[in-house]
Design a protein around this ligand. Structure first.
Ligand code: PGA
Length: 230
């Protein structure tokens, strides 16, 4: 399974060095992708896990103050990059079109995008979630060659950081929808997954792994989670 660790904007330089030492001790057969902050990417040294970023510029390098290009990420050994996380869609007003541009920048540098999609509580309650998810996927892959390699992370927004998880049936319904558009892509689940609910979540059909936020910051609990996957 793919286990992507989204550190979000946590861990300063010193905290990250300590964290890195602790997760380096984790012994797991899963494919682990660590996604630190941009600044901590430069201090990443773990060889047995992959390195991911949490965001990328939608443009090439150039006159774009404050942006980090896909080319620069690649030069630091980044092989994966989260795009379209709901926190960025909501707080930075990232649109599906901008996400599409970011995916193109990443693919041009052979960085595999981890595309986050998912509905709000309101969209689920109003039964609009399928249209929202379809639109998020279709716009993101527009004119993208080889989009089969993109990893999709289904993260219901109402589940992120809330401790509330969907039923496996709700997740499987969305996974089927994703598979109907993207039959060959890997799909992850994300949203409050932890060492306590993994016994339930690991039964999700056609699941290729998990995107972990809060749990990524707790090496001891993460270890328990990974052991329960075996
Ligand atoms: P969470 O975050 O595991 O803390 O809910 C997941 C995410 O935002 O990717």
């Amino acid at each position: 399974m793919i286990i992507a660790l989204n550190n979000k904007s946590n861990l300063d330089k010193y905290e990250f060095l300590d964290y890195q030492e602790r997760i380096n001790r984790i012994d797991s057969k899963e494919q682990i992708i660590v996604c630190p902050t941009f600044l901590n990417i430069g201090n990443y040294t773990i060889r047995k896990f992959s390195l991911g970023a949490q965001n990328v510029s939608s443009t090439e390098e150039g006159a774009h103050t404050g942006e980090v290009s896909a080319k620069a990420l690649k030069s630091f050994g980044v092989d994966y990059c989260i795009v379209g996380h709901s926190e960025r869609r909501q707080n930075q007003k990232e649109s599906n079109n901008e996400i599409n541009k970011k995916i193109k920048q990443l693919m041009a540098q052979d960085i595999i995008p981890i595309l986050c999609i998912g509905e709000t509580k309101e969209e689920r309650d109003n039964n609009h979630y399928k249209e929202i998810i379809e639109e998020e996927i279709k716009t993101a892959i527009l004119s993208v060659p080889n989009y089969d390699t993109i990893i999709i992370a289904y993260e219901p927004i109402w589940s992120i950081g809330t401790g509330v998880i969907p039923t496996n049936e709700q997740i499987e319904e969305v996974f089927s929808l994703i598979k109907s558009i993207l039959p060959n892509n890997k799909i992850l689940y994300g949203g409050s997954a932890n060492e306590k609910n993994i016994d339930q979540l690991k039964k999700i059909k056609n699941n290729d792994g998990f995107l972990l936020g809060g749990l990524s910051l707790k090496p001891a609990e993460l270890s328990i989670f990974l052991n329960k996957l075996i």
